[in-house]
Design a protein around this ligand. Structure first.
Ligand SMILES: Cc1cc2nc3c(=O)[nH]c(=O)nc-3n(C[C@H](O)[C@H](O)[C@H](O)COP(=O)(O)OP(=O)(O)OC[C@H]3O[C@@H](n4cnc5c(N)ncnc54)[C@H](O)[C@@H]3O)c2cc1C
Length: 467
């Protein structure tokens, strides 16, 4: 089957019949199941699969892949469905393999600071499981995502500035290939020079090269001391310049998050708090008690130089957890600022020295926007999200949000950045890949796809632009 060939109804029916023999009731064709799996959390339109197969083991995933391949039917991996670029849409129909029931923590090795999990374990489940070990896993996207989905999208979150993204934290993967064979990408050694880096090839491949069934991850000791603080600024430039200066001065902040004025209003309403409603940075510091105090003092001095005020500490674990939980719920807080609106989100990331310029550009471009516009960012990494609160029933607003995003992406790429710092490509961002990477890199990506999935059955229509 070529990637764009229409799917014969008889092929789908035959695949579903075989899947029912393999899985019984765990192969579902109900409308509710199909619709639930036919979209992610983005405003991209619904594209349901023909069936949903719930897998319980690597062997079962392998059997499902073999059936789909035999009948030339597309196969879309599904973790928690929290992605944001139409990643899980069944653009050409086919079968979605739901991996959320593969949710066992297989082996924790505190002595090596690593863990192996099945792909459907969520990051929250893993950290609950680790609670009594003194260890934690730091990568924290703002949704209840699975670790397989996080590996597949090369996810990150608020802790990446200190602990890295999934790229740095995955040691090894078990992957079912498009022909059903099972690949282990690496052993658990912290470093290895043995051959091509297959682990990193599959991290970020969005289910287009193989289906990840097990993930081995790095763990970290829970820091002896943690402190969080909030600092308000007179304008967004001062907040961004402070974040840049902190990174350039080498202060090892664990988190530094920017919220603009509208974001702070949304945050206050959502969390029933009373922070100043001006551009604000949230910081977190990890280390020894003395180290944490020293980092906070250095940051405060830098912030003072840019007019920062109201440097408040969130004292105690409870206050800190409340603060970050509210930050993680920002998506819902900002949506509540315009009832009925859809949050159209951007995800550019630029080298830190170009961050202020990039943010200034998008605010100038959107100053006459007919809908609320808000900025929030993992600014320590140069990554920020604009949220455009558009009325989904108003095509002009949707078109305008897309146009703002396109200009922002072009600006970020021109500054040496990327169209997506953490959400991934799905089909929403595939149109930017050629501009970002160039013809040769795109050719190499296509060769890799062709080599690993010659029939084009794995999540067709994603990442690589058509044509
Ligand atoms: C409110 C909100 C906040 C968010 N905040 C962040 C953030 O801060 N940082 C961030 O990085 N992301 C963020 N996201 C995006 C999303 O949570 C991440 O992309 C996450 O990694 C997706 O995981 P998932 O389990 O939901 O995957 P899914 O959405 O189910 O799938 C994502 C992609 O990976 C593929 N896939 C899933 N599982 C596997 C597997 N086992 N093997 C192979 N392919 C697979 C799918 O086919 C699809 O292409 C946010 C999303 C929301 C809704």
């Amino acid at each position: 089957m070529s990637a764009a060939a229409p799917l014969a109804p008889s092929a789908v029916e035959a695949a579903i019949a075989d899947l029912k023999v393999l899985l019984g009731e765990r192969c579902s064709t109900t409308q509710a199941d199909r619709e639930h799996h036919g979209r992610d959390e983005s405003p991209h339109p619904l594209c349901p699969p023909d069936a949903v197969a719930y897998a319980l083991s690597t062997d079962e995933v392998s059997a499902i892949v073999r059936i789909c391949r035999r009948h030339g039917v597309p196969l879309i991996a599904f973790g928690a469905g929290t992605s944001l670029e139409g990643h899980t849409s069944a653009l050409r129909g086919g079968v979605t393999v739901d991996l959320s029931r593969m949710n066992a923590v297989l082996s924790v090795r505190p002595e090596d600071l690593d863990v192996t999990v099945q792909c459907g374990v969520t990051r929250q489940q893993l950290n609950t499981h680790l609670r009594d070990t003194g260890l934690f896993f730091p990568v924290d996207p703002g949704a209840h995502a699975t670790l397989g989905g996080m590996a597949a999208t090369r996810a990150s979150g608020t802790n990446a500035v200190r602990y890295g993204t999934m790229r740095e934290n995955v040691l090894s993967l078990t992957v079912v290939l498009a022909d059903g064979r099972v690949l282990k990408t690496a052993n658990r050694a912290r470093k290895s020079s043995a051959g091509y880096d297959l682990t990193r090839l599959f991290v970020g491949s969005e289910g287009t090269l193989g289906i990840i069934t097990e993930v081995t991850l790095r763990l970290y000791g829970i820091p002896e001391a943690v402190s969080a603080s909030i600092c308000a600024f007179p304008d967004i430039e001062a907040a961004v310049d402070t974040a840049i200066a902190c990174i350039q001065s080498g202060v090892p902040v664990a988190r530094v998050e920017l919220l603009d004025t509208l974001a702070m209003t949304a945050f206050n309403r959502w969390s029933k708090s009373d922070h100043p409603e001006t551009p604000t940075l949230f910081f977190e510091f990890h280390g020894t008690p003395a180290g944490v105090a020293e980092q906070a003092a250095m940051v405060r001095e830098i912030a003072d130089g840019f007019g920062g005020s109201a440097f408040r500490f969130a004292e105690g674990a409870e206050a800190r957890n409340r603060l970050w939980e509210a930050r993680h719920n920002f998506h819902y807080a900002i949506q509540a600022m315009r009832p009925g609106a859809s949050a159209y989100g951007t995800d550019t990331c630029v080298p830190i020295s170009r961050l202020a310029e990039c943010i200034r550009g998008v605010f100038e471009d959107t100053r006459n926007a007919p809908f609320p516009v808000s900025a929030l960012g993992h600014v320590g990494d140069g990554n920020f999200h604009m949220t455009f609160l558009v009325d989904p029933a108003n095509p002009e607003e949707v078109r305008l949000a897309e146009a703002y995003n396109e200009r922002l992406v072009r600006h970020a790429i021109a500054l040496g950045g990327t169209c997506t710092g953490e959400h991934g490509v799905g089909f929403g961002k595939s149109k930017f890949l050629r501009e970002e990477h160039g013809d040769v890199a795109l050719d190499v990506m296509r060769l890799l796809k062709q080599a690993l999935d010659p029939e084009g059955i794995l999540n067709p229509g994603k990442i690589l632009p058509e044509g």
